[in-house]
Design a protein around this ligand. Structure first.
Ligand code: NAD
Ligand code: AKB
Length: 317
């Protein structure tokens, strides 16, 4: 039986992964943990919660031992834009946290999910249809930690037999919890501002093309990978996955089909623009499709329709 720990559970992905895991495996079998305390009514309420700093080895050991955890979804981390503001903290949390979680996974024979990112690639990587195996020389501390994390997970599998699995996720678009300080956050903010003010000022330039995915696909990809037959997995850490690629101008055009008076303008933030310019605009996800049957359900029009309808239902008008 699965007994699961999710670190960083109150973040953008955890807020939707935890309820999905609880639905699938039972609420009591999924321990949500975060450095922050959950606000009342937080998504994922209705099961155990632990206040846990993923850089504290003893605390992770204690929680894993107490609940008999056998699978860890390690989502705790610092995203790309915040990482460039505080690179030392980003390294400490992203690398230090992963190392400690891997050590606990080794000691307690846990399986581990590690979310890598399109940020694991850099300006010398082929930008279009980036292959599964490609140049990985990122120029952000976030990307450096993601590449090192992919390698460290591989090492723990080869050296200690820990069942580590990972995805190189694109920018995730969602409507439950806000994004946590990444470069792709504009693609979420734009929806909120479009509904509130019919106007959005974008921090990336109009033609900046990036790889993106809607949260229901991301949650399904994570669960499907963790349930996949290990004998079929050649690329454990980390699989390229993709669903759609677009620019801010293309997203604005799609939103305008539903809100004709929506307007966008641009005030480019040089730090986030430089990060975006160093990332691929689309990943080749052939390996994920072949090895565990990955296929996205949402493209740009379907995601836009669903985002607007879900946000309309929850946002005060
Ligand atoms: P997020 O910033 O929304 O959430 C991260 C959570 O980690 C937060 O709730 C935060 O409180 C928690 N946290 C931070 N430091 C911690 C610590 N020391 N100990 C315990 N918890 C801590 O991030 P997210 O978007 O949910 O991303 C989760 C993971 O997925 C990250 O590793 C991220 O790099 C990766 N990822 C996210 C995206 C995306 O678009 N959201 C894309 C690719 C990869
Ligand atoms: C970020 O922009 O930092 C994340 C990511 C793509 O890894 N959303």
């Amino acid at each position: 039986m699965e007994q699961i720990l999710v670190t960083g559970a109150l973040g953008q992905i955890g807020s939707e992964l935890v309820p999905a895991l609880r639905e699938r495996y039972g609420a009591e079998r999924v321990v949500a943990a975060d450095l922050r305390m959950p606000p009342a009514g937080a998504p994922g309420e209705g099961g155990p919660f632990e206040h846990l700093d993923c850089t504290h080895l003893r605390d992770i050991q204690e929680v894993v031992g107490r609940y008999g955890v056998n699978t860890i979804y390690h989502l705790a981390g610092i995203l790309s834009a915040v990482g460039e503001e505080r690179p030392q903290v980003a390294w400490h949390v992203n690398m230090g946290g992963l190392y400690r979680v891997l050590e606990v996974a080794r000691e307690h024979r846990c399986a581990l999910f590690f979310p890598s990112s399109i940020g694991a690639f850099g300006p010398t990587t082929p930008r279009h249809h980036t292959p599964q195996e490609s140049v990985q020389r990122p120029t952000t501390i976030y990307g450096v930690a993601k590449v090192a994390g992919e390698l460290l997970c591989d090492y723990y599998t080869q050296r200690f037999g820990v069942d580590t699995r990972g995805l190189r996720l694109p920018g995730i678009i969602s409507h439950v919890a806000p994004p946590g300080g990444g470069t792709t956050d504009y693609a979420v903010d734009l929806f909120y501002q479009a509904l509130r003010h019919r106007h959005y000022t974008c921090f990336l330039g109009p033609d900046t093309c990036l790889d993106m995915m809607y949260m229901p696909d991301a949650v399904r990809a994570i669960i499907e990978l963790m349930e996949a037959d290990p004998a079929r997995l050649r690329h454990r850490n980390a699989f390229n996955v993709t669903a759609m690629s677009f620019t801010p101008a293309q997203l604005a055009d799609e939103v305008r089909k539903h809100l004709p008076d929506f307007a966008i303008d641009y005030q480019v933030d040089p730090v986030r623009q430089a990060i975006a310019d160093s990332w691929p605009d689309s990943l080749d996800d052939t390996a994920a499709r072949a090895e565990w049957g990955w296929a996205p359900a949402f493209d740009l029009p379907a995601m836009t329709r669903d985002m607007l309808s879900k946000l309309r239902a929850t946002m005060p008008s």
